[in-house]
Design a protein around this ligand. Structure first.
Ligand SMILES: Nc1ncnc2c1ncn2[C@@H]1O[C@H](COP(=O)(O)O)[C@@H](OP(=O)(O)O)[C@H]1O
Ligand SMILES: [Mg+2]
Length: 277
């Protein structure tokens, strides 16, 4: 007689060696970021007048070294290299990296900054890591499965303590809305005002995608311009968690638009089920 099969094991991020490798890159970058945060640093201004620090640059160097080992030859579109004038042809399969998303939050010391790493295939974000080193909060998403874990910078990725997460159904009644802590804009405010809002949750960086992916908020609207590396990892995570990310007009938000300077002219992120009008 054959033994009964064991019950199927829940999926884990470590089932995908590439996703696990991206998580390891983010955890490693987190070590450098936290060290620099503790040492103290000065902020400089980039050509677009946004702030940048030694932490952004060191984290990007660490992540790019990981990516070169994990996926040799796959192009990397990374924020600081692009700011320095790098020319990268994204192609059908490429990485988008924001080594320190929410630099303003980093400067303020509130811990609401993230490391964002995404793999894009045919314009769609398929793998996403969003990691908040100061909060030891790690999110990972791949098609059909989203997770969170508590991981200090430098901790092993391993198979322990991953919590499966999912977007919640958007309620018929008042909704919870996530908004940028540092970059408000009047069009976003007007859009939010058209909805019945139970709670507004301001948060920095791609943490807002994480809050939505774990069912804590229903809507994250943004009409101001951001960059593809700001949204791709969070987008992959929300897709994995059963939510939706679109352009403000409801059309598909796709990636690799070099001719448009990798700009994203706003987006809407919704939880599961009905999207309120
Ligand atoms: N006017 C603008 N143009 C381009 N990107 C912008 C922007 N305003 C905000 N952002 C992006 O939004 C990110 C911060 O998100 P939030 O406001 O949700 O915390 C910043 O990421 P960096 O800190 O990586 O530069 C920045 O790139
Ligand atoms: Mg950013």
């Amino acid at each position: 007689m054959t033994e009964p099969l064991p019950p199927p094991r829940a999926p884990l991020p470590t089932d995908s060696p590439l996703l696990a490798g991206l998580a390891a890159a983010a955890l490693d970058a987190g070590v450098a970021i936290r060290r620099i945060e503790a040492e103290g640093f000065t902020a400089e201004e980039k050509a677009d007048r946004s702030p940048v620090t030694k932490a952004d640059r060191e984290a990007e160097t660490i992540i790019c070294a990981h990516l070169a080992r994990l996926a040799p030859g796959v192009p990397v579109v990374a924020e600081e290299a692009m700011a320095a004038g790098a020319q990268v042809e994204p192609g059908a399969r490429f990485f988008l990296v924001d080594p320190l998303d929410g630099t303003r939050e980093f400067l303020s010391g509130n811990g609401e900054y993230t490391v964002n790493i995404a793999l894009v295939e045919d314009g769609r974000p398929v793998l996403g890591i969003v990691y908040a080193p100061a909060l030891a909060l790690l999110y990972a998403g791949r098609p059909g499965a989203a997770f969170r874990a508590i991981r200090a910078p430098g901790a092993p990725v391993d198979a322990q303590d991953w919590e499966p997460i999912g977007c919640r159904q958007v309620p018929q009644g008042p909704i919870c809305v996530a908004t940028s802590r540092s970059h408000g804009d009047p069009v976003t405010d007007a859009f939010v005002a058209r909805h019945e809002v139970a709670e507004m949750i301001p948060a920095g960086s791609a943490l807002k995608f994480g809050l939505l992916a774990e069912g804590k908020v229903d809507l994250y609207p943004r009409f101001g311009t951001v960059m593809e590396w700001d949204t791709a990892a969070g987008h992959a995570l929300v897709n994995a968690a059963g939510g939706r990310v679109t352009r403000p007009d409801g059309s598909a938000l796709t990636y690799g638009h070099k001719d448009a300077g990798f700009k994203v002219n706003g987006f809407l992120v919704w939880g599961a089920g009905r999207a309120p009008a």
